[in-house]
Design a protein. Sequence first.
Length: 324
Amino acid sequence: QRMAPSLPATINIREPRWDQSTFQGRARHFFTVTDPRNLLLSGAALEEARRVVESYRAGTVPPGLTEDQLWRAKYIYDSAFHPDTGEKMLLIGRMSAQVPMNMTITGCMLTFYRTTPAVLFWQWVNQSFNAIVNYTNRSGDAPITPSQLGTAYVSATTGAVVTALGLKSLTKHLPTIIGRYVPFAAVAAANCINIPLMRQRELKLGIPVTDENGNRLGESAAAARKAILQVVVSRIGMAAPAMAIPPVIMNALEKRAFLKRYPYLNAPLQVGLVGLCLVFATPLCCALFPQKSSMHVSRLEPSLQARIREEAAGVELVYFNKGL
């Protein structure tokens, strides 16, 4: 029996497996990145994936390794280790924890929305989780300081709670279904506060922009604004189906005898419905915009435009990493 030919050492595993210029390619990438099953992998499985990836990057191809096994190892490695520092990330801060964590928190926010203490508690839990995710996935290029993290956390929590309580008081005399959408408005408001604050350094100093070959052309705050707007839209889009569809279903179910007879099933049903929405909404909304986003040189700051025209004449589009 002949052995399988050795895998070439030229596969670029620093980039995603699928074409990121198409929505389908981005969606396949993020379905793999956000797969909750990665949370169940043992420490030994994570270390084996690290060994395979680091060996391959160093030019050593383990005998018998197939291309599918290599990509599987790359995605396991990416799911658990920080791309810049190489440190193992906090379990609940990993992208693979997004669906189980968000379905639990969002399900509880939608279930316990009637009393002020419950609104306060679940909005605080949600923003605490967001702070952990933002810290865990921080960029090694522009690290978040403890004071920036604290400011973003306090501001987002305050914004979410004020929005939730303000809208709750306004909806007292409106139909029940309207009150069920208060948590979504609060989450959307918090995202609009939290993400720009967490990335304020980029808004002040700019983010690196490159030509299509990856040659760095400078830093742009205009590119940072576009990147942050895209992330805010993605995050709100991610929350929308999970916070918009279950309230309609639960409102209909609560009028039936079944839930009146078994009221303790309210929270599990809500969490399950939210989970079903998030399994699809999380990767699909991450894929709305290319990770490597682009903008026209004419949209950049005048000083950077002038430098690009002088040093890289002919470049019309610049590219940048939008973040997550």
